[in-house]
Design a protein around this ligand. Structure first.
Ligand code: OGA
Ligand code: NI
Length: 336
């Protein structure tokens, strides 16, 4: 499909007009990496891991996980097959292309608002559910032929990791065992972003400033920079650490933890050197589920900061507010 950036970007020399962002939305500031980035090493004791997660969640809203036990070769194979997917000829990708958000497997470009947005993002995306595997495999792309096999294995392993991290968060916040086990983690989506090399990264954006609306996101960014997190009033670059996953705290976890963990505001910039592919794994509540600050974290000294909200309602506010962190969270604050 000719709309996909990956289908035409190799043939152009300069950035098309409709990808040029207004000056105030461009990635103009110099972005330095953190001197001491938040890292959780899963070979360390559970106590240490829990503490690191709580500190990182409180201070930054994200952290990177090392020594997670998922093999480098499986991750490499998954990255290869996903890059191969976006490198397929435009006519092959066209069969999967749909901006219809009711479709369970969607290949689209920029955002779902492509037809109405003024400027497009330099990004293609493939999203589909990834659990339970037997119910969703048949929705997935058939090409490349290894796709279902490799991405299936990857999804199973990342799911185990995400459950481990949710357990650590649950214990760290001293919530009852299995707090995240049911409705709060009902939907598991794989969301693959592809940002082809860009003729002018200073004018374009890969993804706008946003927070993730869900519970938690596990992102693999390979070895290419591009993710920025807003922290202490400035943008910081999340430097790739070989074989590490980035865990991004979502808005629901901020609500449940009553602000003990905060949702990271982040954005994506492009580069002119290499194509960048990232694999997001999103843990999402059921749409019917009401999310509220955990009862055990609320008492007379620590009043609830947020009201209970049905996840589908939160999502529609998220869409209306364009994923803007401050206004979105403010909307669900209880008046004090
Ligand atoms: C996302 C996201 C970051 C990246 O998919 O929500 O923020 O680096 N991705 O692709
Ligand atoms: Ni995000």
């Amino acid at each position: 499909m000719a709309k996909l950036v990956s289908s035409w970007s190799k043939d152009i020399k300069s950035l098309p007009e409709n990808y040029v962002f207004p000056p105030d939305q461009r990635p103009k500031e110099l972005v330095a990496p953190l001197y001491n980035p938040p890292i959780v090493d899963l070979t360390k004791s559970a106590d240490e891991a829990r503490q690191k997660i709580l500190e990182a969640g409180r201070d930054f809203g994200f952290f990177q996980v090392m020594n997670h036990g998922i093999s480098q070769s499986l991750i490499n194979e998954a990255m290869d097959v996903l890059k191969e997917f976006f490198d397929m000829p435009a006519e092959v990708k066209a069969s999967a292309f749909t901006a219809d958000s009711s479709k369970r497997c969607r290949l689209y470009t920029s955002t779902f608002q492509y037809d109405t947005e003024e400027v497009h993002f330099w990004r293609d995306n493939l999203t589909h559910p990834c659990h339970p595997l037997e119910d969703c495999l048949q929705l997935w792309p058939e090409k490349p032929t290894r796709y279902r096999d490799i991405v299936g294995k990857y999804s199973v392993e990342v799911r185990k990791l995400v459950l481990k991290i949710l357990d650590l968060i649950c214990e760290g916040l001293e919530l009852e065992q299995g707090y995240f086990g049911d409705e709060l983690s009902r939907i598991h989506l794989l969301s693959v972003n592809h940002y082809p090399r860009c003729p002018d990264p200073s004018l374009a954006m890969g993804m706008q400033r946003h927070c993730d609306p869900n519970v938690v996101t596990i992102l693999f960014q390979g070895d290419t920079n591009g993710l920025h997190v807003f922290s202490d009033g400035k943008w910081i670059g999340v430097e790739p650490i070989p074989n590490a996953f980035i865990v991004i705290i979502g808005c629901q976890l901020q609500i449940i933890s009553n602000n003990k963990l905060k949702s990271a505001e982040h954005r994506v910039v492009t580069n002119s050197e290499v194509d960048r592919t990232t694999i997001g794994y999103f843990v999402i509540p059921s749409y019917e589920c009401f999310v509220e600050p955990a009862k055990t974290l609320v008492d007379e000294h620590n009043p609830a900061i947020y009201k209970a909200c049905q996840y589908k309602e939160f999502l529609s506010t998220y869409a209306n507010e364009n994923g803007k962190y401050e206004t979105l969270m403010e909307f669900y604050k209880l008046q004090t």
